[in-house]
Design a binder for this molecule. Structure first.
Ligand code: M6R
Length: 604
């Protein structure tokens, strides 16, 4: 994901910026750039590729100055080229800015700015802010930023410098931003590791904070200009702890990243007013008659959710297989079959071989992928990136929710193109999708309750997970998370299938996690809960906020916010991730690197 560093003080800004960006390299990026306030004005150097290319370019023309901003970019809007790299500047080059996140309404803003005579030099969403600043700047940079931000919608951490001012100004909403406090110098960064060599006194900015940094001090206001007090804290993190954002494990950090990951996956792609999505795919949806989902593990369950959505919303026949089966079952494929390969790493050999098999038989192909530049990205015709950022915990969490969101986008895209999804229903779904980052944030607040449930059941030998329709994949994923990191045996079934066998397992020692959110099959799920209770099983229900029936039937209830039933898996899987995490911690397991598992499985 993108990295941000800002500096104002007495040191050589170039050194501080390059050093800070290096410390953020672990986040992943594909281009980098800096802007430094020199005696000759603001100078920008930016390069696609690794920081070494930027450092080499800067080495050739050193920039003298003690104020600057630096950025590593993980491409979302526009390829990783030099012009798309940050910083972006106003047309006169006097203001430079860097940005993490996505301006969702950038297309309409860009068109309006172009109509007013602005000329764009990149394909990024970020550049609109530079042009807006050109219009709003009247001598006060902070005021100009506040006014410009009123026009944009979306997630952002932005940092701005002007050649006439010995200050940097910044703001955040959703994307993180931290102030580092020094003596005669101050810093900004997207993550603490960039600050550690210089200071451990930091202020974590909140949503809606706008900040002015000078050598002498830091002034924080809200978007209306009202002063805001934020506490400075002393971080005692090691570099490794800082890379985990202060969380004890990468997995937990990644679970907590899900709100802004969803913002990244969905943000710029939803067009609620028109009831459509903008995926930028070259593939023509009308050339596809059926889909074959090819994926493994967690990505496989995301694909199974995709099958439900593609069939429900787009009436597009969809087959689903784990990739290791798909490639050997001699699937029936023709030129109107779309092989949909889903993968976090883009390197999973079973998925790659499954895709190759489908292509050999004449299929078209599309990848839903996280890792840019991975083998899979090169072998599919087209890619829908999920933009989850690097996932380090072996147990996949944020990539899963991002894949689910990508599946929902694809289903709406196909549904609209095939005339199977009415514009009004698409609008309703897209409005609900827009709420998802906030809803997941609400679910994360349930962690103490989940920890309590974990405490109660962590000695169990087995768990059963049940769910119906779109919540069946959630049950599979919940069971997979638990077994992967706690080593407790866990099985998952579609709830209606329980009576055909697994019911024999139920006794007072078996915790049964039931996905019982509101939807067309809610009543049937309640009956399944009754069946478990009648046999003494312990029910942990994941239910919709406000459901008063459930506490009468389940021993433990974890509520999730109400959302369109087809999107409920995206909020419901979060407590299951937390449950697996809390149980694994209680059992003293190696959460980030569980035994026998690898992050990327490149052997058959
Ligand atoms: O990188 P991929 O998404 O292709 O990986 C697929 C599976 O190997 C992966 O999801 C695996 O199941 C994880 N350990 C799940 O937590």
């Amino acid at each position: 994901m993108c990295g941000i560093v800002g500096y104002v003080g007495f040191r050589n800004a170039t050194d501080v910026l390059l050093d800070g960006l290096r410390r953020l390299e672990y986040r992943g990026y594909d281009s980098a750039g800096i802007a430094v306030r020199t005696p000759e004005g603001l100078k920008v150097v930016k390069r696609s590729g690794k920081l070494s290319s930027l450092a080499e370019a800067v080495g050739k023309t050193p920039l003298q100055g003690a104020l600057g901003i630096g950025h590593t970019r993980w491409a979302t809007h526009g390829a990783p080229t030099d012009p798309n790299a940050h910083p972006h500047t106003t047309e006169d080059g006097r203001i430079a800015l860097i940005h993490n996140g996505i301006f969702e309404n950038y297309l309409e803003l860009k068109e309006a700015l172009q109509a007013r005579g602005h000329r764009f030099r990149s394909e990024t969403d970020t550049e609109v802010l530079a042009h807006l600043l050109e219009e709003t700047y009247r001598g006060d940079l902070l005021e100009a930023l506040r006014e410009a931000l009123k026009a944009v919608r979306g997630a952002y951490a932005v940092v701005v410098a002007h050649e006439d001012h010995e200050e940097i100004v910044a703001a955040r909403t959703v994307s993180p931003l931290v102030v580092g406090l020094g003596e005669g110098e101050n810093f900004l960064a997207s993550d603490v590791p960039a600050l550690l060599p210089y200071t451990r006194r930091v202020i974590f900015l909140h949503d809606g904070d706008v900040v002015r940094l000078t050598r002498e001090g830091v002034e924080i206001t809200d978007l209306e200009g009202r002063p805001v007090q934020r506490e400075a804290v002393e971080v005692d993190w090691t570099l490794e702890a800082a890379e985990k954002g202060g969380f004890p494990h990468y997995m937990l950090k990644e679970i907590y990243e899900q709100p802004w990951v969803l913002e990244n996956t969905l943000g710029g792609r939803l067009r609620e007013e028109e009831g459509t999505v903008e995926l930028g795919l070259a593939l023509d949806p009308r050339e596809v008659d059926r889909v074959h989902v090819i994926a493994c593990g967690t990505a496989g369950y995301a694909g199974l959710y995709g099958k439900y959505l593609l069939e429900t919303l787009a009436r597009l026949p969809t087959e689903w297989d784990v990739a290791s089966e798909y490639r050997y079952r001699d699937p029936v494929v023709d030129s109107r079959t779309l092989a949909l390969a889903i993968s976090q790493s883009g390197e999973t050999i079973d998925t790659l071989e499954g895709l190759r098999e489908a292509k050999r038989k004449g299929a078209r192909s599309l990848g839903v992928i996280n890792a840019k530049g991975s083998t899979l990205t090169r072998e599919v015709e087209d890619v829908l990136y999920i933009h989850a950022g690097p996932e380090i915990g072996v147990a996949s969490t944020k990539a899963y929710t991002a894949m689910l969101a990508a599946m929902a986008l694809l289903a709406v895209w196909f549904g609209r193109a095939r005339g199977a999804l009415a514009p009004e229903e698409a609008q309703r779904l897209l409005r609900e999708m827009r709420r998802l980052p906030r809803l997941v944030e609400e679910v994360l607040e349930k962690r103490p309750l989940v920890a309590h449930v974990a405490e109660k059941y962590h000695q169990a030998q087995d768990f059963l997970f049940l769910g119906r329709h779109v919540q069946a994949p959630t049950a599979y994923e919940g069971a997979l998370k638990l077994k992967e990191i706690s080593y407790i045996h866990a099985e998952a079934y579609p709830a209606g299938e329980m009576k055909h066998g697994p019911i024999a397992l139920i006794d007072e020692h078996l915790p049964v996690v039931v996905l019982a959110t509101k939807g067309p099959l809610y009543e049937k799920t309640l009956s399944n809960i009754q069946e478990v209770r009648a046999r003494g099983g312990k029910v942990i229900a994941i239910a919709t906020e406000g459901d008063e029936e459930i506490p009468r039937l389940a021993q433990d209830v974890i509520y999730v916010p109400e959302v369109h039933p087809l999107l409920a898996p995206i909020v419901s899987v979060v407590p299951l991730q937390l449950l697996a995490y809390e149980i694994a911690v209680l059992l003293g397991r190696d959460v980030d690197q569980p035994r026998n598992l690898a992050k990327s499985v490149t052997v058959e």
